[in-house]
Design a protein. Sequence first.
Length: 316
Amino acid sequence: MSLHRVVALLNPPQSPFELACATEVFGTVPQDEPPRYSFRICAEHPGPLQTTAGYAMLVDAGLEALEQADTVVVPGWQPPGTPVPPIITAALRGAHRRGARIVAICTGAFVLAQAGLLDGRRATTHWRDTARLAAAFPEVQMDQDVLFVDHGDVATSAGTGAGIDLCLHLVRADHGAAYAAQIARNMVLPPHREGSQLQYAAQPAPAKADESLAPVLEWATSRLDTRLTLAHLAERAGLSGRTLARRFAEQLGTSPGQWLVGQRIDAARVLLEQTDLPVEAIATRVGLTSAVNLRRRFRTHLGTTPGAYRRTFSQA
């Protein structure tokens, strides 16, 4: 069996962990199995290359290594959005035209976008950088809800550890689930993670509301276990429903109903993390009425289930 040649394209300062995502998956040979991949690194300028951890690593190959690659991995790019030298984007486009699979881990998506390889396509990157990439490359269809996006010839992953998810997915596509599971087991990792990266994203700071809305927001937040409608909120605020909806849109960028759902999901996340209450009880406490409704809302907003979320983040 001929080896599938994987080449990681590095750039200073290189994140060691994002590189290790690809190294561990493609450079690991399961016990009693023949090797399926060869793995090497390259850079525009071979030699010592600085890392984000403060030490240097030695890169022994230049961009000519991409000419022989079956898969090219760009394991992050720091700082995100930094202009990519034309010689690098040209090398990536050349490898892609030749039939190589081009893979970005985390902020490596910015490099693929600059090379034009993501135009008109879905892509993802670290949740912290999705808005920046979308603003810089409006022709790219950003998807911040997923761990990775694979088009076959081009693939992108969400932040950091999601690079492992993508690389294991590519191994499954190349050599089947059993072989990928052996690699994951060797790494003491699940072969497949549930959910999307949204469950890991830091909850944003609450939007600022002026004094006219602040009292009704505080009142509603303290009564999430009750039935709250637009009419209830409007009566409490002393406004018409239409005026209240307009102020929500102006100050919070959302509707009263969407704001309430967000508050209830955030409250459920806290209870799942900090208590051992049953899911049904949590649903009642945050005003989502039933475990079925809570699971549906979780799946829609976070791409996972309350049970999976609790197993990942529980502090109880």
